[in-house]
Every structure is written in C-alpha cells, then in structure tokens.
Write a protein that binds this ligand. Structure first.
Ligand code: TTP
Ligand code: MN
Ligand code: MN
Ligand code: MN
Length: 408
C-alpha cells in the first residue's frame, strides 16, 4: 500500500503586524541563520538587505510547527531567493555554508566585538577595522579618541554583554518606581521593550514614564536622573530630547508639545545578592554574543580601562573584596506626555520589526503615518487620537495584537 504524504502549505499574512508571533519558535535553526545574515547586512550598512532577511526570519518565527520541506513554503510572503536558498540548504544538510563561513570570518567577528561596545555603531567599527583595529586590546592600545559613551562602553564591556535577566529587570523596576514616585507623586512607570513582550532576558531594560495630568511630566526626566545619581545608581547617562523634532520623517508638522518627549540612555550600577543577602560576583552567565570570547575580562575587575583608570574597583564600598559586587546594566528611560502615551507605549514595546511593519502597514495600506508620538491620517488631513494601544490598532484597521504576540 502506497503512503502518499500530503503537503500542507503554511499560510501567513504579509505584514508582521497582522500576525501573532509568540516567543515559541519552532524554526530556531532557520531563523537564527537568517537573523545572522540580517545582522551582517546591518553591520555592513546594507539596511535594505537586513530588513529583507528580518522579514523572512519573522515569517518562519510565526509558523505553528517546524518546516520539513520547501513545498510547505510555497506562497509564503517575504521569502526571497536568497532566503529560500539558505533555508533549502539547511533543510538538506543541517547548516548553511554561507552562514557558517560568515560566522567564522574575521570581519564579522571584529564587527561583532567592536559594535558590542556601547556607543559604537557599524560606521565607527568599520573605520576602526580599516585602521587595523580588530579587538578590544588593539582598540585600547590605539590612539583612537573615544566619546563618553564609548569610554563607558569599553569600561563595562563584559557586564554589558551579559544578558539582563527578568530578576534584574524586576530589581531595577523597583528602584525606578520608588525614584519616580519620590520626585513626582502620581507619576506612572511602565516596563516596555522586550520584557513587556514577555522575554526572560534582554540586552537592556526599557521604561516609559508619564503623569496622568498633561504637562506635569515636564522636567521629570532631569529630576529622575538627578535622584538616581544622588543615590549612586548611575555609572553613565545621556539625556536627549527625542529626535522627533529634528527628523523629517515625523507625520506633518510637530505640534507644540512634541519637544517634551525626552529619553535617557543610561548604565545602571546594580548590586548583586546571593541567597544570604550578601552581594557576590557571579560568573559564567550566558553572554549576548553566545560566547564569552577571548576579549572579555575573565575576572570581576574590568580590564577595559587598562592601567589608566580602574573605575570598576570603586564598586566594593562596604566590604573590600577582590570580587566586584555589582554589575553594569543598560537602562533606557523615556518620558511622554499622557496625550502621547499610547503611541509611545506601542512604539517602544517592539519588536523592532513589528514596529517597522506597523509603520509600513499604516503608510502603504492606510495612507497614515504612525510614530511614537502620533497617528496622522493623510486622507482626512488630521491626527487621530488614542488613549490605548487597542484604539491605535483599531484606527489602523488591524486586529489587536497583545505585547506577548509582537515578537516578530
Ligand atoms: P530595544 O531595547 O533596542 O529592543 P528590545 O527591548 O525589543 O530588545 P532587547 O531585549 O534586546 O533590549 O528597543 C526597544 C523598543 O524601542 C524597540 O521596539 C525599538 C523602540 N524604539 C527605539 O529603540 N528608539 C526609538 O527612538 C523609538 C521611538 C523606539
Ligand atoms: Mn506551537
Ligand atoms: Mn530593550
Ligand atoms: Mn532599549
């Protein structure tokens, strides 16, 4: 008796914002490969190619089961020739030769290490590589001048390349909540970014702060930052007005309250605790790059600043110890007026691809322009108000997708 295997092709809508993408990924081998190609394109400043691979990976992330044959992919959106070639090779041989050779290439490894420094982007890393700098030691030995962010990034390189845990996010949430309430009673703080989407780890922690009375949030960021600084929680901070005003990509003319939208990129000093409540150095946590690598300091002391600065040693204040008793954690703060809160919440929850797809949907399918501040309807020539994420999805003609299903 002949067994005929019926091939059931998957069916998926085109835009990631039309799909429910949980953290449960049945095609991790394929999506990791495509994500690496996307990352390499982004590191080479080929953003168009990067987005194409991100979209392809996102389609595979929302499939209900592992892909077994190319036939199942027939008719799926966003899968270009290049992505299909990579998928086919992985299905047939278990790996993609292109991806594996990229992973091992000196250029990719150098770009990865150098952009792993907070404050260093693809452009800077590329320039350094052309000047012969491939790793952290060569950077330290070079005459390169580093800006304040990069100095902090190099100093805390090891810590900042360790994934942030949910427990650490909760600990910092508590500190933040206390601080925000103390400088402005009634102010509200929301965990955003990957942790709001239910991720158990992240590269940083993101918070959105507002006050239910419009205008009361003015000046809040500098007060929060001063209060955190006074408590000794900040290793680094840079507060900037949101680039919305300067950028030409915002919807129409910015209204007068747009310049209140502030954000702060910071590095937090978080105490470590063991079960007995004593602070301790923990080693061996999983790193962001997957591998601690030969460039990361192996002891608790940061080698990043060389012999000139030993800034990492001032951490053991109460009890002298050779172990560092705190760790550096990246924290992003955003303050929004309540009138823009829903847009800020939606815009900062991510994932980055989900956000990009929302904006693409708004523009291409609805002639609307969506930002983290507002939604402008070009046909009606007016801004559409919203006080919740649900309302924004409704304005866009999209089914509401909760944060835990925005992991595209
Ligand atoms: P990230 O913190 O970079 O990413 P993440 O939290 O999704 O992932 P990770 O766990 O690795 O930290 O960004 C959070 C969201 O904020 C993301 O959707 C992009 C968005 N965002 C900016 O990063 N910058 C901006 O100016 C705006 C408006 C949004
Ligand atoms: Mn499932
Ligand atoms: Mn984040
Ligand atoms: Mn962030």
């Amino acid at each position: 008796q002949q067994i005929t295997e019926e091939v059931v092709a998957f069916s998926v809508p085109s835009y990631a914002c039309q799909r429910r993408t949980t953290l449960e990924n049945h095609n991790m081998v394929l999506t990791d490969a495509l994500s690496l190609l996307a990352e390499n394109a982004e590191l080479s400043e080929e953003d168009g190619r990067g987005v194409a691979f991100r979209r392809a990976a996102a389609v595979l992330k929302c499939l209900p089961e592992p892909v077994r044959s190319m036939a199942q992919l027939r008719g799926l959106p966003c899968l270009g020739d290049h992505s299909l070639r990579v998928i086919k090779e992985i299905l047939e041989t278990g790996a993609s030769s292109e991806v594996e050779s990229m992973r091992e290439s000196e250029r990719y490894k150098a770009l990865k290490v150098l952009t792993g420094i907070f404050g260093v982007g693809a452009k800077t890393a590329d320039r350094w590589i052309r000047e012969g700098i491939q790793d952290l030691q060569q950077l330290r030995d070079s005459e390169q001048t580093l800006n304040r962010a990069q100095q902090a990034g190099l100093e805390h390189y090891h810590d900042l390349n360790q994934l942030v845990t949910k427990a650490e996010a909760d600990a910092i949430s508590e500190i933040m909540e206390r601080t925000v309430i103390s400088v402005l009673p009634g102010a509200q703080m929301t965990l955003i970014g990957g942790f709001r989407r239910g991720k158990q780890t992240g590269h940083d922690i993101d918070f959105l702060i507002t006050h239910p009375e419009e205008g009361r949030e003015e000046g809040l960021m500098s007060k929060v930052v001063s209060c955190l600084e006074a408590q000794g929680f900040l290793l680094y901070q840079k507060t900037t007005r949101n680039s919305y005003l300067e950028s030409s990509s915002g919807p129409g003319r910015p209204s007068s309250n747009m310049d209140r939208f502030e954000r702060c990129f910071s590095i937090f000093k978080l105490a470590k605790e063991d079960k007995r409540g004593e602070t301790l150095m923990e080693d061996g946590a999983k790193t962001l790059n997957g591998d601690p690598g030969s460039h990361s300091p192996s002891s608790g002391q940061s080698q990043a600043s060389g012999d000139r600065k030993r800034a990492s040693e001032d951490g053991a204040k109460d009890k002298p110890s050779k172990h560092k008793r705190w760790r550096a954690v990246r924290v992003d703060l955003v303050v929004s007026p309540i009138s823009q809160f829903a847009f800020a919440l939606l815009g900062w929850t991510g994932s980055k691809l989900f956000e990009r797809e929302l904006r693409r949907w708004a523009g291409h399918e609805r002639s609307m322009s969506l930002s983290s501040h507002a939604l402008f309807d070009s046909k009606q020539g007016r801004y559409l108000r919203a006080t919740s994420e649900e309302e924004i999805f409704a304005h866009l003609g999209l089914e509401f997708i909760p944060p835990s299903e925005r992991n595209a």
